[in-house]
Design a protein around this ligand. Sequence first.
Ligand SMILES: NC(=O)C1=CN([C@@H]2O[C@H](COP(=O)(O)OP(=O)(O)OC[C@H]3O[C@@H](n4cnc5c(N)ncnc54)[C@H](OP(=O)(O)O)[C@@H]3O)[C@@H](O)[C@H]2O)C=CC1
Ligand SMILES: O=C(CO)COP(=O)(O)O
Length: 341
Amino acid sequence: MGAFAADVQRVTVLGAGSWGTAFAKVLGDAGRDVTMWARRESVAEEIRGQHTNSAYLPGARLPERVTATSDAAAALEGAQAVVLGVPSQSLRANLTGWRSLLPREAILVSLAKGVELGTLKRMSEVIAELAEVPPEEIVVVSGPNLAREIAVGQPAAAVVACAEHDRAQAVQRATSNQYFRPYTNTDVVGCELGGACKNVIALSCGMAAGMGLGANTMATLITRGLAEMARLGAKLGADPLTFAGMAGLGDLVATCSSPLSRNRTFGERLGRGETLAQAQAAAGGQVAEGVASCSSIRELAQRVGADMPITEAMHRVCHEGLDPRQAGAELLGRSPKHEWR
Ligand SMILES: NC(=O)C1=CN([C@@H]2O[C@H](COP(=O)(O)OP(=O)(O)OC[C@H]3O[C@@H](n4cnc5c(N)ncnc54)[C@H](OP(=O)(O)O)[C@@H]3O)[C@@H](O)[C@H]2O)C=CC1
Ligand SMILES: O=C(CO)COP(=O)(O)O
């Protein structure tokens, strides 16, 4: 029997946005007792009193066993697992405030899909650094999990990754329910890179859609996006198979094709000719992780010598003012090459 054979019953979810809230519902529907931390007391009050989070997940109802507070210390008391559900670029600042409150034995779970600007760290690396625990102990959840679909109980699968397999299994048990099927994996690097990179590829697919382009272009971007994330993964020690799984191809297909994706929608606006500021304003404060991650992933790729032309193009469109049409022309104008070499 592994160290985590006993069930995790009390879970804290830090972050009450789209995915933090939908994930709390997944846990509640799996029979766990969940306390959420919301940055705004009004959101916590609505979750406590009405079991809804109407700003983020209209139409969804949370189980009775999910409650919320805006007091992080109260939320974290007695937690057996702590789920980090805030955006990637704010994780360090948030965790700096929470680190002294984390129960020592709690399993730490990351939901965030991004690479930190500046440090170029994956989210599990940021968590391990601030919580002062070995990186092998951090659990990552990733996969094709558009929050609004999960929140109304539409069936989906995910991957729960941790180098220590019994920790992944404990989180797998805590999140398995009638509509959510988590698989385990020990390749944390691959799962995190898949989740972060697909947001950048979703931006490119949205951009293509905004320019009126069709299925062939989408399939090309998804397939070549998969090739470039796998190249980065190979340089960083990921298992190539991971990219064919939930956190790679699975999440690419969902995010690149769904109008519910914030990254795809953001790209679509750029493709229609809106500026970065206009697209940001239209997002209404909700995070499109690919906008920051295209820069951090590009830098990581340069550091390890991985060729990532779509990511490079997205960085130049988002942050250097390159016209999306010109980006497309430049991608097509690259010198001919073999599909894999
Ligand atoms: N949405 C989805 O379908 C999925 C998202 N993810 C990933 O989960 C992570 C969280 O995303 P998601 O829940 O969708 O994000 P949202 O933008 O929907 O919500 C972010 C949440 O974090 C809070 N927050 C705390 N500190 C900050 C800060 N400094 N800046 C911004 N927000 C802050 C927000 O509070 P407030 O409400 O007060 O702004 C809000 O509760 C991301 O990395 C995302 O890629 C993964 C799978 C699915
Ligand atoms: O990660 C997601 C689906 O798996 C959510 O994607 P968006 O952040 O683009 O909405």
